[in-house]
Design a protein around this ligand. Structure first.
Ligand SMILES: [Cu+2]
Length: 127
């Protein structure tokens, strides 16, 4: 897992799946929690308001982690969701063009023991 950067005031849809074993992806701060199961896709979403982002100093960060004991790498399965103001995000996103991996999907993917989180969002943030 790594960092997922998304805009404030937007509904962020996450599609969650796993490439190996069962995991449970979630963030207590954002009150989201979703099974990550190989061969299946579960969906969850969240929205962070720009007020919240302002309160956290212009950049709101939330810890994401695995809630299902999945194996030896379990305790290391942590990542972060960073929420920034819409205009800053657009600027950041424009800067990622050409980098196909970042531009096409905000995917949070890691080693073999990490669930992959695909946010169709990087391109397709649905309002
Ligand atoms: Cu785990």
């Amino acid at each position: 897992m790594n960092e997922l950067i998304v805009p404030a005031d937007q509904r962020i849809d996450l599609k969650i799946t796993s490439r190996d074993v069962w995991h449970n992806f979630g963030s207590s701060d954002l009150r989201i929690k979703s099974d990550a199961i190989p061969g299946e896709t579960s969906e969850t979403w969240f929205t962070v308001s720009s007020e919240e982002v302002r309160e956290q100093g212009g950049e709101a960060t939330y810890l994401v982690e695995c809630f299902e004991l999945c194996g030896a790498g379990h305790s290391a399965m942590k990542g972060q969701i960073t929420v920034i103001p819409q205009d800053e995000w657009e600027e950041w996103y424009a800067g990622t063009e050409g980098d196909s991996e970042t531009a096409n999907s905000s995917s949070v993917e890691g080693g073999p023991a990490t669930p992959s989180v695909k946010a169709p969002a990087a391109g397709g943030v649905s309002a």
